[in-house]
Design a protein around this ligand. Structure first.
Ligand code: NAI
Ligand code: 15L
Length: 264
């Protein structure tokens, strides 16, 4: 690639991507509504609000690929979900169409399917069952990705990320944890695979407990290498072993299923 754009570059995963994928393109363009560290090496830094179409088009113009991480990253007021995700996701896809972007990674979330009961293993064919307005916005983003692939030929790897943090912080994350290194490996696979189409991939490391099955999208060639298991004993000590009816272990989305309406 000549130029790869990372949105949400000031955020947690944006910083991880920034540190890990510099080799994937001649130039890495970084964007966020928030301030970012100054450009070094082959980087360009452009501050922009993705809810503004013209600003989004300017930042996307000249890019071949996008790692789209920017937006509202959890449940929050409808106004935030609407601007950053509903409007923001549309702006990214429409600007990508107008400027000829070929391939996108869309950071979706397990909260797009969060209300499925945990004992049902899900694959890419699972129907959406969002657990929050945030989850609804991710289902909508996935639908946009599908439309812009089928109608306009833009490929998207839809990554339904579990819990991408330095380490798992509770028992649910023993199943949902995605290590930073496996996240970077996913970006590499999605941009080096010859053809990806528009697959739904679940973003979890090679944990002992698996809620998700990526067999249907194995052609991408992503092989997670890390596991949450070394953290189990620490979590048992710190948090105590959860019982079978622990509310955080009833659904794929954990406690998000019990969040109140964010505007109440
Ligand atoms: P984060 O909150 O650290 O980063 C999000 C970034 O988006 C922030 O830097 C923020 O300034 C930027 N942003 C928000 N509104 C914007 C706008 N209107 N225009 C431009 N930039 C805007 O979140 P994190 O953890 O890095 O997540 C990145 C993406 O991955 C998000 O889309 C999130 O929904 C998704 N994700 C993350 C998971 C995780 O475990 N970290 C799990 C599932 C999904
Ligand atoms: C997400 O979608 C959030 O972005 C992240 O902060 C975590 O809450 C994660 O899901 C999770 O389910 O652990």
């Amino acid at each position: 690639m000549k130029r790869l754009l990372i949105t949400g570059a000031a955020g947690a995963l944006g910083k991880v991507a920034r540190a890990g994928v510099g080799h994937l393109a001649e130039t890495i363009r970084l964007t966020d509504i928030a301030e970012m560290a100054p450009a070094t090496g082959n980087e360009e830094v452009v501050q922009a609000d993705l809810s503004n179409f013209d600003a989004t088009r300017d930042v996307i113009d000249g890019c071949d690929g996008i790692v789209h991480l920017g937006g509202q990253p959890t449940e929050g007021p409808w106004e935030n979900v609407l601007n950053a995700n509903i409007i923001g996701f549309y702006n990214v896809y429409e600007a990508a169409r107008q400027t000829g972007v070929k391939r996108i990674i869309f950071a979706s979330s397990n909260h797009a399917i969060g209300f499925h009961p945990r004992e049902v293993t899900l694959d890419a064919t699972a129907r959406p069952r969002p657990d929050t307005l945030y989850g609804v916005s991710k289902v909508y983003g996935e639908a946009l990705a599908s439309l812009y692939h089928d109608k306009f030929g833009i490929e998207t790897a839809i990554l339904r990320i579990g819990s991408c943090f330095p380490e798992p912080v509770d028992h649910r994350m023993l199943a949902t944890w995605l290590s930073y290194s496996d996240f970077v490996r996913f970006i590499e696979s999605a941009f080096t695979s010859p053809r990806i189409g528009c697959p739904v991939v679940y973003g979890a490391s090679a944990n002992r407990e698996q809620l998700w099955d990526n067999q249907l999208t194995s052609y991408i060639g992503w092989h997670p290498q890390d596991t949450s298991e070394p953290h189990r004993a620490r979590l048992d000590t710190e948090k105590g072993k959860p019982g079978p009816n622990d509310p955080s272990l009833l659904h794929h989305g954990g406690m998000f299923t019990s969040f109140a309406h964010p505007d109440d």
